[in-house]
Design a binder for this molecule. Structure first.
Ligand SMILES: [Zn+2]
Length: 306
Protein backbone atom coordinates (compact mmCIF):
# COMPACT_ATOMS: atom_id res chain seq x y z
CA UNK A 1 0.00 0.00 0.00
CA UNK A 2 1.36 3.37 -0.86
CA UNK A 3 2.29 5.55 1.99
CA UNK A 4 -0.60 7.83 2.66
CA UNK A 5 0.66 11.27 3.41
CA UNK A 6 -2.42 13.32 3.51
CA UNK A 7 -3.21 16.91 3.48
CA UNK A 8 -6.45 18.56 2.76
CA UNK A 9 -7.73 21.98 2.22
CA UNK A 10 -11.15 23.43 2.29
CA UNK A 11 -12.02 24.67 -1.10
CA UNK A 12 -14.84 26.75 -2.28
CA UNK A 13 -15.45 30.38 -2.40
CA UNK A 14 -15.05 32.76 0.46
CA UNK A 15 -17.38 35.60 -0.09
CA UNK A 16 -19.11 38.25 1.88
CA UNK A 17 -21.94 35.91 2.74
CA UNK A 18 -20.51 33.75 5.45
CA UNK A 19 -17.84 31.90 3.58
CA UNK A 20 -20.24 30.46 1.15
CA UNK A 21 -20.57 30.26 -2.54
CA UNK A 22 -23.30 32.59 -3.62
CA UNK A 23 -23.48 31.34 -7.12
CA UNK A 24 -26.49 32.46 -8.99
CA UNK A 25 -27.84 30.82 -12.05
CA UNK A 26 -28.03 33.99 -14.03
CA UNK A 27 -25.56 34.41 -16.81
CA UNK A 28 -24.45 37.99 -17.07
CA UNK A 29 -23.17 37.50 -20.57
CA UNK A 30 -19.79 37.57 -22.20
CA UNK A 31 -19.05 41.26 -22.05
CA UNK A 32 -17.12 40.90 -18.81
CA UNK A 33 -15.66 37.62 -19.84
CA UNK A 34 -12.34 38.25 -21.56
CA UNK A 35 -10.36 35.64 -23.36
CA UNK A 36 -7.80 34.01 -21.11
CA UNK A 37 -4.21 35.10 -21.28
CA UNK A 38 -1.10 33.25 -20.19
CA UNK A 39 -0.87 35.75 -17.37
CA UNK A 40 -4.46 35.30 -16.24
CA UNK A 41 -4.28 31.51 -16.28
CA UNK A 42 -1.03 31.57 -14.32
CA UNK A 43 -2.66 33.85 -11.79
CA UNK A 44 -5.57 31.47 -11.30
CA UNK A 45 -3.16 28.62 -10.69
CA UNK A 46 -1.20 30.63 -8.19
CA UNK A 47 -4.43 30.94 -6.21
CA UNK A 48 -4.68 27.15 -6.02
CA UNK A 49 -1.88 27.08 -3.52
CA UNK A 50 -1.74 30.59 -2.29
CA UNK A 51 -0.67 31.91 1.05
CA UNK A 52 -4.11 31.77 2.54
CA UNK A 53 -3.13 28.25 3.57
CA UNK A 54 -0.84 29.74 6.18
CA UNK A 55 -4.02 30.55 8.06
CA UNK A 56 -5.42 27.07 7.79
CA UNK A 57 -5.69 24.62 10.59
CA UNK A 58 -4.35 21.17 10.05
CA UNK A 59 -6.01 18.01 11.19
CA UNK A 60 -3.34 15.39 11.74
CA UNK A 61 -5.74 12.57 12.56
CA UNK A 62 -6.45 11.36 9.04
CA UNK A 63 -7.44 8.72 8.28
CA UNK A 64 -9.79 8.39 11.23
CA UNK A 65 -9.03 5.16 12.98
CA UNK A 66 -10.77 1.94 12.18
CA UNK A 67 -13.70 1.38 14.49
CA UNK A 68 -14.31 5.05 15.07
CA UNK A 69 -17.71 6.46 14.34
CA UNK A 70 -16.41 8.18 11.20
CA UNK A 71 -14.71 5.02 9.95
CA UNK A 72 -17.85 2.96 10.51
CA UNK A 73 -19.74 5.46 8.39
CA UNK A 74 -17.20 5.18 5.55
CA UNK A 75 -16.07 8.71 6.28
CA UNK A 76 -12.48 8.00 7.31
CA UNK A 77 -11.14 10.98 5.39
CA UNK A 78 -13.44 13.52 6.95
CA UNK A 79 -11.60 16.77 7.47
CA UNK A 80 -13.17 19.28 9.77
CA UNK A 81 -10.31 21.71 9.65
CA UNK A 82 -9.29 24.07 6.92
CA UNK A 83 -6.51 21.68 6.06
CA UNK A 84 -5.80 18.09 6.93
CA UNK A 85 -2.61 16.09 7.05
CA UNK A 86 -1.44 12.92 8.73
CA UNK A 87 1.98 14.38 9.20
CA UNK A 88 2.74 17.82 10.54
CA UNK A 89 5.71 17.95 8.23
CA UNK A 90 3.53 17.83 5.17
CA UNK A 91 1.43 20.95 5.20
CA UNK A 92 -0.53 21.88 2.12
CA UNK A 93 1.92 23.02 -0.48
CA UNK A 94 1.98 26.49 -1.93
CA UNK A 95 2.79 27.08 -5.53
CA UNK A 96 2.27 23.51 -6.62
CA UNK A 97 -0.28 21.86 -8.86
CA UNK A 98 -2.46 19.65 -6.76
CA UNK A 99 -5.38 17.87 -8.26
CA UNK A 100 -7.20 14.60 -8.51
CA UNK A 101 -5.07 11.84 -9.95
CA UNK A 102 -7.47 10.75 -12.67
CA UNK A 103 -4.88 8.47 -14.24
CA UNK A 104 -5.20 6.30 -11.15
CA UNK A 105 -8.87 6.74 -10.41
CA UNK A 106 -11.68 8.57 -12.08
CA UNK A 107 -13.75 10.50 -9.58
CA UNK A 108 -16.82 8.53 -8.50
CA UNK A 109 -20.06 10.46 -8.93
CA UNK A 110 -23.37 9.74 -7.26
CA UNK A 111 -26.75 11.42 -7.20
CA UNK A 112 -28.60 11.43 -3.93
CA UNK A 113 -32.25 10.53 -3.71
CA UNK A 114 -32.47 11.37 -0.05
CA UNK A 115 -36.18 10.67 0.27
CA UNK A 116 -36.15 7.48 -1.76
CA UNK A 117 -38.64 8.87 -4.26
CA UNK A 118 -39.80 6.08 -6.57
CA UNK A 119 -39.97 8.33 -9.65
CA UNK A 120 -36.52 9.78 -9.10
CA UNK A 121 -34.53 10.65 -12.22
CA UNK A 122 -31.04 12.04 -12.55
CA UNK A 123 -31.39 15.57 -13.88
CA UNK A 124 -30.07 15.92 -17.43
CA UNK A 125 -28.06 18.98 -16.44
CA UNK A 126 -25.82 16.77 -14.31
CA UNK A 127 -24.82 14.75 -17.35
CA UNK A 128 -24.46 17.90 -19.44
CA UNK A 129 -22.43 19.68 -16.76
CA UNK A 130 -20.09 16.72 -16.46
CA UNK A 131 -19.71 16.71 -20.23
CA UNK A 132 -18.75 20.39 -20.17
CA UNK A 133 -15.95 19.57 -17.72
CA UNK A 134 -14.72 16.54 -19.64
CA UNK A 135 -14.85 18.38 -22.98
CA UNK A 136 -12.72 21.14 -21.44
CA UNK A 137 -10.21 18.72 -19.95
CA UNK A 138 -10.20 16.56 -23.08
CA UNK A 139 -10.61 13.24 -21.32
CA UNK A 140 -12.74 11.38 -18.85
CA UNK A 141 -12.62 12.78 -15.33
CA UNK A 142 -15.59 11.14 -13.64
CA UNK A 143 -16.68 7.58 -13.12
CA UNK A 144 -20.40 7.66 -13.78
CA UNK A 145 -21.20 4.13 -14.51
CA UNK A 146 -23.39 1.85 -12.58
CA UNK A 147 -24.46 -1.38 -14.19
CA UNK A 148 -26.70 0.52 -16.60
CA UNK A 149 -23.98 2.95 -17.63
CA UNK A 150 -25.69 5.75 -15.75
CA UNK A 151 -24.86 7.75 -12.67
CA UNK A 152 -25.63 5.63 -9.61
CA UNK A 153 -28.50 6.92 -7.53
CA UNK A 154 -27.88 6.52 -3.83
CA UNK A 155 -29.93 7.18 -0.75
CA UNK A 156 -28.00 9.09 1.88
CA UNK A 157 -29.93 10.50 4.79
CA UNK A 158 -29.53 14.26 5.08
CA UNK A 159 -32.17 14.85 7.76
CA UNK A 160 -32.50 13.11 11.09
CA UNK A 161 -35.83 11.59 12.06
CA UNK A 162 -36.64 14.71 14.02
CA UNK A 163 -36.11 16.86 10.92
CA UNK A 164 -32.79 18.34 12.01
CA UNK A 165 -29.90 18.45 9.59
CA UNK A 166 -27.36 15.67 9.34
CA UNK A 167 -24.05 17.47 9.70
CA UNK A 168 -20.99 16.67 7.67
CA UNK A 169 -19.40 14.48 10.35
CA UNK A 170 -22.65 12.54 10.85
CA UNK A 171 -23.33 11.47 7.28
CA UNK A 172 -23.44 7.70 6.83
CA UNK A 173 -21.72 6.64 3.60
CA UNK A 174 -21.46 2.98 4.54
CA UNK A 175 -23.85 1.95 1.75
CA UNK A 176 -21.50 3.36 -0.91
CA UNK A 177 -18.81 1.23 -2.56
CA UNK A 178 -16.03 3.85 -2.65
CA UNK A 179 -14.18 5.78 0.05
CA UNK A 180 -15.04 9.08 -1.52
CA UNK A 181 -16.50 10.88 -4.47
CA UNK A 182 -18.81 13.67 -5.50
CA UNK A 183 -22.45 13.48 -4.48
CA UNK A 184 -25.07 15.60 -6.20
CA UNK A 185 -28.02 16.91 -4.28
CA UNK A 186 -30.33 18.39 -6.88
CA UNK A 187 -33.39 20.53 -6.28
CA UNK A 188 -32.61 21.08 -2.65
CA UNK A 189 -34.75 23.62 -0.91
CA UNK A 190 -32.99 26.92 -1.01
CA UNK A 191 -35.28 28.85 1.27
CA UNK A 192 -34.37 28.66 4.90
CA UNK A 193 -31.17 26.81 4.29
CA UNK A 194 -28.34 28.37 2.39
CA UNK A 195 -29.90 30.93 0.12
CA UNK A 196 -27.60 29.77 -2.66
CA UNK A 197 -28.38 28.56 -6.14
CA UNK A 198 -25.39 26.28 -6.13
CA UNK A 199 -22.78 25.26 -3.62
CA UNK A 200 -19.95 22.84 -3.05
CA UNK A 201 -19.06 21.59 0.40
CA UNK A 202 -18.03 18.67 2.54
CA UNK A 203 -21.55 17.76 3.57
CA UNK A 204 -25.17 18.07 2.48
CA UNK A 205 -25.68 21.31 4.37
CA UNK A 206 -22.17 22.66 4.33
CA UNK A 207 -21.42 25.81 2.39
CA UNK A 208 -17.92 26.52 3.60
CA UNK A 209 -16.35 25.01 0.51
CA UNK A 210 -15.31 21.60 -0.68
CA UNK A 211 -12.64 19.68 1.11
CA UNK A 212 -10.02 18.09 -1.02
CA UNK A 213 -8.05 15.34 0.67
CA UNK A 214 -4.53 15.12 -0.59
CA UNK A 215 -1.73 12.60 -0.51
CA UNK A 216 1.91 13.55 -0.88
CA UNK A 217 0.60 17.11 -0.58
CA UNK A 218 -1.28 16.75 -3.82
CA UNK A 219 -4.80 15.71 -4.48
CA UNK A 220 -6.08 12.16 -4.51
CA UNK A 221 -9.54 10.76 -4.72
CA UNK A 222 -10.47 10.40 -1.10
CA UNK A 223 -13.21 11.90 0.95
CA UNK A 224 -16.66 13.11 0.09
CA UNK A 225 -17.79 16.29 -1.54
CA UNK A 226 -21.33 17.46 -2.07
CA UNK A 227 -22.50 19.52 -4.99
CA UNK A 228 -25.86 21.10 -4.46
CA UNK A 229 -28.07 22.72 -7.02
CA UNK A 230 -31.10 24.51 -5.66
CA UNK A 231 -34.66 24.25 -6.83
CA UNK A 232 -35.52 26.62 -9.61
CA UNK A 233 -37.31 29.76 -8.56
CA UNK A 234 -37.31 33.44 -9.32
CA UNK A 235 -33.63 33.79 -8.49
CA UNK A 236 -32.20 30.44 -9.53
CA UNK A 237 -32.26 28.69 -12.86
CA UNK A 238 -30.75 25.34 -13.67
CA UNK A 239 -28.14 25.02 -16.34
CA UNK A 240 -25.33 22.66 -17.30
CA UNK A 241 -22.99 25.61 -16.78
CA UNK A 242 -24.03 25.96 -13.15
CA UNK A 243 -23.36 22.26 -12.61
CA UNK A 244 -19.95 22.63 -14.30
CA UNK A 245 -19.25 25.69 -12.15
CA UNK A 246 -19.84 23.80 -8.89
CA UNK A 247 -17.86 20.83 -10.16
CA UNK A 248 -14.98 23.18 -10.87
CA UNK A 249 -15.10 24.41 -7.26
CA UNK A 250 -15.11 20.81 -6.10
CA UNK A 251 -12.10 20.12 -8.29
CA UNK A 252 -10.14 22.65 -6.31
CA UNK A 253 -10.77 26.16 -7.51
CA UNK A 254 -11.49 28.22 -4.47
CA UNK A 255 -11.99 31.60 -6.00
CA UNK A 256 -14.01 33.08 -8.76
CA UNK A 257 -12.16 34.67 -11.61
CA UNK A 258 -12.99 36.24 -14.94
CA UNK A 259 -14.84 33.62 -16.94
CA UNK A 260 -15.72 31.75 -13.74
CA UNK A 261 -18.37 33.88 -12.16
CA UNK A 262 -15.98 36.62 -11.16
CA UNK A 263 -13.80 39.30 -12.58
CA UNK A 264 -10.19 40.23 -12.15
CA UNK A 265 -9.32 42.44 -9.25
CA UNK A 266 -5.58 42.86 -9.17
CA UNK A 267 -5.11 43.28 -5.46
CA UNK A 268 -7.94 41.17 -4.11
CA UNK A 269 -8.64 37.61 -5.15
CA UNK A 270 -11.98 37.37 -3.42
CA UNK A 271 -14.91 36.84 -5.71
CA UNK A 272 -16.81 39.49 -7.50
CA UNK A 273 -19.79 38.15 -9.33
CA UNK A 274 -20.52 39.06 -12.84
CA UNK A 275 -18.94 36.96 -15.56
CA UNK A 276 -20.08 33.75 -17.16
CA UNK A 277 -20.41 30.99 -14.57
CA UNK A 278 -18.46 28.59 -16.79
CA UNK A 279 -16.86 30.58 -19.56
CA UNK A 280 -13.92 29.88 -21.79
CA UNK A 281 -11.37 30.94 -19.22
CA UNK A 282 -12.68 28.37 -16.74
CA UNK A 283 -12.44 25.76 -19.48
CA UNK A 284 -8.87 26.72 -20.27
CA UNK A 285 -7.86 26.60 -16.61
CA UNK A 286 -9.31 23.11 -16.23
CA UNK A 287 -7.57 21.98 -19.40
CA UNK A 288 -4.22 23.25 -18.12
CA UNK A 289 -4.77 21.82 -14.65
CA UNK A 290 -5.06 18.30 -15.98
CA UNK A 291 -2.49 18.79 -18.74
CA UNK A 292 0.21 19.38 -16.11
CA UNK A 293 1.71 16.88 -13.74
CA UNK A 294 0.70 16.86 -10.13
CA UNK A 295 3.37 18.74 -8.22
CA UNK A 296 4.20 21.08 -11.10
CA UNK A 297 5.47 24.50 -10.08
CA UNK A 298 2.61 26.87 -10.84
CA UNK A 299 5.02 29.64 -11.71
CA UNK A 300 6.83 27.57 -14.31
CA UNK A 301 4.02 25.95 -16.20
CA UNK A 302 3.99 25.55 -19.89
CA UNK A 303 0.92 27.61 -20.70
CA UNK A 304 0.40 28.79 -24.24
CA UNK A 305 0.40 32.46 -25.03
CA UNK A 306 -3.10 32.95 -26.25
ZN1 LIG B 1 -18.91 29.76 -7.45
Amino acid sequence: MRKAVLAGVILGVLSGCGGSDGDGGNDQGDFRNPMPTKQSVTKVFSLLGENEYSNLYQDVDLPHEAGSDLALKNNRWFCNAFACAVDNNTPPMDGMIRRHDIDQNLIPVYVNNANGLPEFEVHKNIYDGIKLIEDAVGRKVFDLSDADGEIPVVQIEILHDDGSMVWSHEVDYSSLPTEGGFIFEFNYEQAGHTGLCGAAGKGPWDSSGSTIIAADSTVVNLGWQWIRIASEDATCTHSPELVAHELTHALGFRYHFAGFGGEDRPSDPRPVYGSHVFGHQAKEVLKQLFAHDIGSDVNNMNIPNY
